[in-house]
Design a protein. Structure first.
Length: 82
């Protein structure tokens, strides 16, 4: 028998890295988030948004955008900076 667990973990990790890269890129170019500095990382099928934003509305927009790209759970650790 073949053990595919390593291959599956590698595929999942690569896929999540690609999703995080897509989210981070989309956030960098999204209208209304120009003053934000937000990136995405993944751990155990959860995407974490990290960084700073200039308003609560910008944080909500970032969460919404990330949710539109991935159906994974999104948790925000973005801090508002006024």
């Amino acid at each position: 028998m073949f053990n595919l667990s390593g291959i599956q973990e590698s595929f999942f990790g690569d896929r999540m890295a690609g999703v995080c890269q897509a989210i981070t890129s989309a956030l960098a170019f999204e209208s209304g988030l120009e003053k934000s500095n937000i990136s995405a990382t993944a751990e155990n099928d959860v995407i974490y948004l990290q960084g700073t934003a200039d308003s609560v509305e910008a944080i909500e927009a970032a969460i919404s955008l990330a949710s539109s790209i991935s159906n994974c759970r999104i948790l925000s650790h973005v801090e508002p900076v006024y």
